[in-house]
Design a protein around this ligand. Sequence first.
Ligand code: DC
Length: 220
Amino acid sequence: MGKLLIVTIDGPAGVGKSTMAKRLARELGIPYLDTGAMFRSVAWKLGEGSWEWDEDKLKSELASFEYTLSGIGEESILSLNGTPIGNEVRTEEVGMWASNMATLPVVRSFLKEAQQSLGARFSLVAEGRDMGTVIFPEAPRKFFLDASVEERAARRFHQLEQMGKPADLEELKEQIAKRDHQDRNRAVAPLKAADDAVTIDTTELDKEQVFATLVQEMQK
Ligand code: DC
C-alpha cells in the first residue's frame, strides 16, 4: 500500500468545514472524517448531562464504542458500533452537548486514539477543531477556515430555512458564539490554527471561491 495522505481542516462551528471536507475528499478520491460527529455521537448516545459523570463511568461506557469508516467523499459513512451516525446528532442543541463533552480529557483521549487509528488505515480529509494541532500534527496539508459569527449564523439560518426549519437568527448567533467561546478556551486541545496551517477567512467568499482556494493550495 502507498503512503497515506492526511489533509486537516479545522475551524469554528458553522464555518463550512464539512461541506469543504466532503468535496475535497471526493476530489482526492479518499474518505472524509467528521470528528465533530464523533463528539456529537458520544453526547447523543450517553445523553444530556452525561458530561458530568465521573471519569470511571465515562471510561467504562466508552470502552464499548467502536467507530468505523467506509466510502469516499460525500459518500463517506462514519458508523458507531455498526450504525451510521445520522442527522439526529446534527442539531445546535447536540452541538452544545458535544462541546461540553469535548472539554473532558477522558473523552478527548479516547477519541484521539480512535481518530488516529482511522488515520493509520485510511488517507483522510479530517475536519474538526484540533486535527492539525493535536491529532495529525505531521499532516502535510493543513487548513484553518474562519468567518465572523454573524456570517456563520446567517449561513446556518439559510441552511435551516431551506430545510423548512425556520430559526431565530439572533438565537443562532448567541448559540454559535457560546460554543465558540467554550471550544476556544478549554484547557485541552482548544480550537486554534496550527502554526503551519493555511488560514482562509471565508466571510466574504462563496463556497466555490473557498473550494478553489483549497484546491490551489493543494497543488502547491
Ligand atoms: O464540528 P461540530 O460542530 O460537529 O463539533 C461539535 C463539537 O464537538 C464542537 O463544538 C467541539 C467538539 N469538537 C472538538 O472539540 N474537537 C473536534 N476535533 C471536533 C469537534
